[in-house]
Design a protein around this ligand. Structure first.
Ligand SMILES: [Zn+2]
Length: 357
């Protein structure tokens, strides 16, 4: 027997080899229906993976990030399975879950995939999901993994395997598709009831522009058709409220490539709106006793070396402006706080003056 400890610190005995899914079933049929993944002693864990020692177990449903993560990661595998069937010869890079859905990077290897194919891919995903295919985990040696993926000319997977430590390599298989993967995954593809391919993008293998350019296929899936409809409606509404679209329609601001993407040029109506917001802010700040100070937009590099900003951001974002005569270097200020420290130092003050506002 093994002792399972739940998040509320209650414990229960189970036979050795019990899976988190069987634990969920022992609690309630409803929970067994809703549960998607588990955490065992702080590690992500498949519902169908046996437990062979005492453990702390958390069960995750759709509402939990861990539940969604397993759901969308399994959906990435389902997408790959569909692509493998529809486009023989495609090669696979990586396919993770993301904040809203998942993607898979693929090398089309001569196949043409466009937005016109989305509905065909979605239909294939759902067709495969309805087969309720079991998603099986296997531990595999590095040599066997290299042979398995090498036999299928999966050059990207082989590159990943070659960097892994032997003894820690796992694969997950559903139907005719096997992926190199750490998991965790759903026990079967059955919970995936609705799928939408959302977009395609180019992505260099391993983010390196000198390597092959792959196609990144983005998608999202849900355990209920209604949830997908709601998500798509929400996306439509968000599009209508996109500030770039509204700003143009309402003549609030304009953008120019010559100035730079993301640098708004405030038009009279937008400037008036901005002024009203600033007045509102000033009123509130005054009400709560804040006093305004104003500091320059740039500062001597030494100020940010002292504050630590330079060590953290200097290389990437804040290149110095040189003054050849004085040999000084100035930076665009990354934050106001270093200037404010200098304001504090400008007069002799007591600790009793703190907090200053
Ligand atoms: Zn995976």
């Amino acid at each position: 027997m093994i002792t399972i400890t739940f998040p509320d610190k209650s414990t229960k005995e189970f036979a050795c080899g019990t899976t988190p899914m069987q634990i969920a079933e022992s609690i309630s049929p409803r929970l067994a229906q809703d549960v998607l993944a588990a955490t065992v002693n702080g590690q992500p864990w498949d519902l169908s993976r046996p437990l062979d020692a005492d453990a702390e177990v958390q069960l995750h449903k759709w509402e939990d990030p861990e539940g969604k993560h397993a759901f969308w990661h399994s959906s990435a595998h389902l997408l790959a399975e569909a692509l493998q069937e529809l486009y023989p010869g495609v090669k696979f890079g990586i396919g993770p879950a993301i904040e809203n859905g998942f993607y898979y990077d693929i090398d089309p290897n001569g196949n043409k995939i466009t937005a016109d194919d989305f509905s065909k891919i979605e239909a294939k995903m759902i067709e495969l999901a309805q087969k309720k295919e079991e998603i099986k985990r296997a531990e595999i040696s590095k040599a066997d993994a290299l042979k398995m993926f090498g036999d299928r000319d999966e050059q990207y997977k082989c590159e990943l395997i070659s960097e892994l430590e032997d003894g820690h390599i796992t694969t997950y298989t559903q139907g005719a598709f096997t992926d190199l993967c750490r998991g965790p995954h759903l026990p079967t593809t059955a919970p995936i009831k609705a799928a939408k391919i959302t977009s395609l993008a180019g992505a260099y293998w391993r983010g390196d522009e000198k390597r092959n350019q792959l196609v990144r296929v983005y998608g999202i899936t849900f355990p209920k058709k209604k949830m997908l409809d709601e998500y798509l409606a929400l996306m439509e509404e968000a599009k209508k409220r996109d500030h770039r679209k509204l700003g143009k329609e309402m003549e609030l601001f304009a953008f120019s490539q010559n100035v730079g993407a993301g640098l708004p040029l405030w038009l009279p109506k937008g400037a008036a709106l901005r002024d009203r917001l600033e007045q509102f802010l000033r009123k509130i700040q005054k009400k709560y006793g804040y006093l305004q100070v104003i500091t320059p937009h740039i500062g001597n590099k030494n100020l940010y070396v002292t504050s630590g900003h330079y060590a953290k951001y200097g290389k990437d974002s804040f290149q110095p402006i040189h003054t050849p005569e004085e040999g000084e270097e100035y930076l665009l200020k990354p934050m106001n706080c270093p200037h404010h420290c200098e304001i504090f130092k400008a007069y002799p003050r007591s600790y009793r003056d703190l907090p200053m506002r």
